[in-house]
Design a protein around this ligand. Structure first.
Ligand SMILES: [Zn+2]
Length: 435
C-alpha cells in the first residue's frame, strides 16, 4: 500500500481544552506505509510536529541527540544553538527511523553514517530537508535535519548584501577571459550562494558564460549549461567547452590538486569561477598555490578570491538606539558627527514596569533581539603586489595585511558598514569574529 500524505494535522493548544487546527509540514514523497506500519503509528505525527515547530521558530537545522535514556533536541537559529527540550530515547529513535524512511535512507542500517533528502512544504514555502544520521554510543544515532528553502532566491549580488563596488571589482577581475577566481569558505557557509551571486554580477549579456556544473535547481539566467558527453572525462569536457570560446566557465567546487592542475592548462583561454574549501580568501589562494605546486605558476593563474561570513541582523521591532562613546567610535573608525547613534539588542525588560504594566515579549524575534542574517565579505584582488607575495611563498597573515594596506574589502570593514547603518550591533560582531 502506497500513500501520499498531505492532510492537515491536529495539535492541541495548551491548557485551553479545545483543539486548534495547526498546519503541519507535508512531505512530498511516497513510501511503503504497510512495511513501516509501527513506525508510522508512533513517530509520524510527532516528527511532523517537531519539524513544524523548528520551521516556525526559523530553525535552519534541527538536531536530535540521544544521551542516556533521553534525547536532547536542539535548533540552530541564525547560526545560534537554541535548546528545544528533551524527549524519551525510544521516541527519538522511532522519529529518527521515520525520518530515514522518508529521506530514502536505509532504516535497518544503524552502524554507518548516512545522508538523504526529502522535499516538504509548510504553508506556501517549499523546503528540501537534508538529513544526516551519525552512529553514537549504545547502538543509537544522532539525527540532523537541515532545511533549505527552495523559494528563497538569493542569487543576485545585491540580494546577499554585496555592494555595487564589490560587484564591479569582481567583474573587472574576471574581465580578461583568463585566470581563476576562487570563492572560499567552509562548506554550508553560503559559499555556493556567494559563487552564484559573483557569477550573476558579471554582465551575462556582454559575456559568454558557460557552466560545467551541477547547478542544483538554481536558475541561471543567460548562462549556458554546457552539454557534456557521457564518455568524456573532465579534461576532455573542458577542452570541448573552451573550444566554444566562452569568456567565463563556472565550475563545481575544486576538490583536489589534480583538478586544479587541469584548470591551469586552460587558464590562458578562459576565466574560471569556482569554489574551494578554505577558511578564508587568503587561505584559499594559498591552498591553490599548494595544489599547483609552483607558487609562481599559481600566482600567474589567479584573479582573486572572495570569502564571506554571516552575521545576525538586529530585530527591527525591538532594537534600541544609544549614543556611543566618542572614543570607541574613533577606535572602530566611525565618525560620531556623521553617525550619532548606534543600535543594540534591547536590554532584557523588567517583567513588570513601575506602573505595573506587563511588558509584551517581542514576537518577531522571540525576544532574542536578532532576526535573520546578512553576509559580510572579504575580497582579495590579485594585483601585482599580491601576485608577487604569492609567488614568493608568503603566508596568510602577509597576504591579509597587504590586502588591508591596499584598502581591499575585509570582513571587519564590511561588517562595520552594517553597524553604522543600524543593521547589526557591535556585540554581534564581537560574537561573530571571536569564534
Ligand atoms: Zn525583536
Amino acid at each position: 500500500m502506497i500513500f501520499k500524505f498531505g492532510k492537515k494535522g491536529k495539535k492541541a493548544s495548551q491548557g485551553q481544552g479545545d483543539d486548534v487546527e495547526v498546519e503541519l509540514i507535508r512531505f512530498q514523497t511516497e513510501f511503503d506505509v504497510k512495511a513501516n506500519e509501527k513506525l508510522v503509528r508512533v513517530a509520524f505525527e510527532p516528527l511532523k510536529e517537531l519539524l513544524t515547530d523548528g520551521l516556525t521558530r526559523r530553525a535552519e537545522t534541527i538536531r536530535v541527540d540521544p544521551k542516556g535514556d533521553r534525547a536532547t533536541i536542539g535548533f540552530l537559529v541564525d547560526g545560534i544553538p537554541v535548546p528545544a527540550g528533551r524527549i524519551p530515547r525510544q521516541r527519538a529513535h522511532a522519529m529518527t527511523q521515520m525520518t530515514k524512511v522518508l529521506a530514502g535512507m536505509d532504516a535497518a542500517e544503524r552502524t554507518q553514517p548516512q545522508a538523504g533528502a526529502v522535499n516538504a512544504s509548510l504553508s506556501d514555502d517549499e523546503y528540501e530537508l537534508q538529513v544526516r544520521t551519525q552512529p553514537v554510543a549504545g547502538g543509537l544515532e544522532r539525527l540532523t535535519v537541515h532545511f533549505r528553502n527552495l523559494d528563497e532566491r538569493l542569487d543576485k549580488p545585491e540580494d546577499i548584501g554585496m555592494t555595487v563596488e564589490m560587484k564591479t571589482t569582481i567583474r573587472e577581475l574576471n574581465g580578461n577571459s583568463q585566470g581563476v577566481f576562487l570563492v572560499c569558505g567552509p562548506s554550508r557557509s553560503g559559499v555556493t550562494t556567494t559563487l552564484y551571486a559573483s557569477v550573476r554580477g558579471l554582465d551575462a549579456y556582454l559575456r559568454d558564460i558557460q557552466t560545467i556544473c551541477f547547478t542544483e535547481d538554481r536558475e541561471l539566467i543567460n548562462i549556458t549549461k554546457f552539454e557534456a558527453n557521457a564518455e568524456d572525462d573532465f579534461e576532455e569536457t573542458l577542452r570541448r567547452c573552451v573550444r566554444v570560446e566562452p569568456d567565463v566557465i563556472l565550475l563545481d567546487p575544486v576538490l583536489d590538486a589534480d583538478v586544479a592542475k587541469v584548470l591551469l592548462g586552460f587558464q590562458d583561454s578562459v576565466a574560471f569561477m569556482t569554489e574551494i574549501a578554505a577558511a578564508d580568501a587568503a587561505a584559499g589562494l594559498l591552498k591553490w598555490s599548494e595544489w599547483i605546486g609552483d607558487p609562481s605558476l599559481a600566482a600567474e593563474s589567479l584573479n582573486g578570491a572572495i570569502s564571506q561570513k554571516l552575521i545576525r541582523k538586529l530585530c527591527n521591532s525591538c532594537k534600541e538606539a544609544y549614543k556611543p562613546n566618542p572614543k570607541l567610535m574613533q577606535k572602530i573608525g566611525l565618525d560620531p558627527e556623521e553617525i550619532p547613534v548606534l543600535y543594540r539588542k534591547a536590554r532584557p525588560p523588567e517583567e513588570v514596569t513601575e506602573r505595573g504594566e506587563e511588558i509584551e515579549p517581542c514576537l518577531p524575534c522571540n525576544d532574542t533581539g536578532y532576526l535573520g542574517r546578512v553576509a559580510v565579505f572579504e575580497l582579495i584582488e590579485v594585483n601585482e603586489e599580491i601576485r608577487q607575495l604569492i609567488a614568493s611563498g608568503a603566508d596568510a597573515g602577509q597576504l591579509k595585511s597587504k590586502a588591508r594596506e591596499s584598502e581591499m574589502m575585509t570582513l571587519q570593514k564590511d561588517a562595520m558598514r552594517h553597524v553604522a547603518d543600524g543593521t547589526t550591533s557591535l556585540e554581534e560582531l564581537q560574537r561573530a569574529f571571536k569564534s
